[in-house]
Design a protein around this ligand. Structure first.
Ligand code: ATP
Length: 226
């Protein structure tokens, strides 16, 4: 699996569409301070589902939309697409290349796509689990990131080892299953309450039915006697 292309439009300093093609070997992006180099790694983090505007160096998520310049209006939509080769089938999709796209509209609408088809953030999250590519994983290392990792508490650092060991997916599935089990247990309690209530009502109705039958029998008896 290899990074092939990053397409950015309306995202931070990229007013018009810009395509970064990544070749084999080492690729470097060089430019003066403040020209937008870190915006490229922000775009990668964002397209992979980053939800924290602070991590993207913004006060709020709408700030990632290009905010206008001398010859450009502010962007109505920010769109980033990341393409990875998947010839070795590491990603569980039957496709030689996988493109993940994220859009954010100025009205707050947000959309995700996998190979052009609409999907949920969760699908992207699950797709990249244990590959080292997720928004919190180790393939994206920014300035100061290594220091941060070395200085965090061991428990916080553990997610990196989980990812390398390939158990993030299983931990995630366990968490989801436990959540579902918990919900099922709550449903069971509710169903038991309903059963208890229905049993009580059945008993009352049974008594009433018995009395109604007796009444009908006696009424018929009375009619025969009359
Ligand atoms: P350095 O080398 O100092 O780290 P850099 O090349 O990594 O800088 P970035 O931090 O990626 O640069 O980019 C900063 C530039 O992006 C600034 O010029 C800033 O005005 C611009 N920028 C950030 N957000 C937006 C936005 N929403 N709209 C337009 N421009 C933006």
């Amino acid at each position: 699996m290899q990074l092939k292309e990053l397409k950015v439009r309306g995202f931070k300093s990229f007013a018009d569409e810009v395509t970064f093609t990544v070749d084999d070997g080492l690729n470097a992006i060089v430019g003066p301070n403040g020209c937008g180099k870190s915006n490229i790694s922000d775009a990668m983090r964002w397209v992979l589902g980053e939800q924290s505007s602070r991590t993207l160096r913004c006060a709020k998520m709408e700030d990632i939309l290009f905010n206008g310049g001398s010859d450009h209006k502010p962007a109505k939509v920010a769109e980033v697409s990341l393409t990875l080769s998947n010839e070795d089938g590491v990603l569980p999709l039957d496709s030689p290349a996988v493109t993940v796209t994220r859009q954010l509209h100025r009205n707050g609408d947000s959309k995700y796509f996998l190979n052009g088809a609409g999907c949920l953030l969760r699908d992207i999250h699950e797709l990249f689990m244990d590959t080292g590519i997720g928004r919190n994983a180790y393939s994206l290392m920014e300035q100061g990131n290594i220091d941060l990792i070395l200085n965090t508490r061991p428990e916080e650092r553990r997610f990196l080892f989980d990812e390398v060991a390939g158990i993030t997916k299983y931990k995630y599935r366990k968490k989801e299953t436990l959540k579902r089990l918990d919900k099922a247990e709550q449903n069971l309690v509710r169903i038991n309450d309903v059963i208890f209530e229905l049993e009580r009502e059945t008993e009352i109705l049974g008594n009433q039915a018995e009395k109604a039958l007796e009444f009908r029998e006696r009424q018929e008896g009375l009619r025969t006697l009359e």
